[in-house]
Design a protein around this ligand. Sequence first.
Ligand SMILES: CC(C)(COP(=O)(O)OP(=O)(O)OC[C@H]1O[C@@H](n2cnc3c(N)ncnc32)[C@H](O)[C@@H]1OP(=O)(O)O)[C@@H](O)C(=O)NCCC(=O)NCCS
Length: 159
Amino acid sequence: MPALDMRHVLRPLGALDLDRAAALHGEAFVPLGERGWTRQDMAELLASPGVAGLLLQIDGADVGMAICRVAADESELVTIAVRSAERRRGAGRTLLSAVLDHVRAAGARTLFLEVAADNPAARALYGSEGFRDVGSRPAYFKRGQGRAVEAFVMRLDLD
Ligand SMILES: CC(C)(COP(=O)(O)OP(=O)(O)OC[C@H]1O[C@@H](n2cnc3c(N)ncnc32)[C@H](O)[C@@H]1OP(=O)(O)O)[C@@H](O)C(=O)NCCC(=O)NCCS
C-alpha cells in the first residue's frame, strides 16, 4: 500500500500541465544521462491514442508523474519520475499503483516496461510490485559520449 498521507493529490496530466511534466521528467532523467523531454514531446505523447498521464502533488507542489499507454489488452509504462528530494517516501509506488488501476480499468491484462540495467532503484520498485524480466535490449539507452546501456523488458500480469 502507498505510504503517503492524505496531503497528496493524484490527478490526470492535462494540457495545462505540459511544462510541469517536462520539468519533472528532465529533473529525473537528465542526471541519468538521458535526454529530458520537452513541452512539445509531452504534448505529442499525451495526444497519442491510449496514452494517459498522472501528476502527483503534495501540499500543492509537484512531486512526480507517470505516463502509460493502453492498446487493447496490453499496456506500457512509458515513464515515471519522482523529484529527487521526494524519493523513498512512497511517491513512486503510489504513482505505479495508480497506473495499475488505470490500465486495468481500461482493459489491459499485462503491463510492460523497459528499465535500464544501471537503474537499481527503478528495478527494485518494479520487482517489489511483481514485475518479472521477460527480455532485454542490448545498448538500448543512449547515455551520451557513445555510451549505451542495456534495457530489461519487464512484465506484470494483471489478472
Ligand atoms: C524510480 C523512482 C520513480 C522511485 O521513486 P520513489 O518515490 O523513490 O519510490 P518509492 O519511495 O515509492 O520506493 C518504492 C520501492 O522502490 C525501491 N527503491 C526506490 N528507490 C530505491 C533506491 N534508491 N535503492 C533501492 N531501492 C529503491 C524500494 O523497494 C522501495 O521500497 P522501500 O522504500 O519500502 O524499500 C525514482 O527513483 C525516480 O524518479 N528515478 C529517476 C527516474 C527513473 O529512473 N524512472 C524509472 C525509469 S524505468
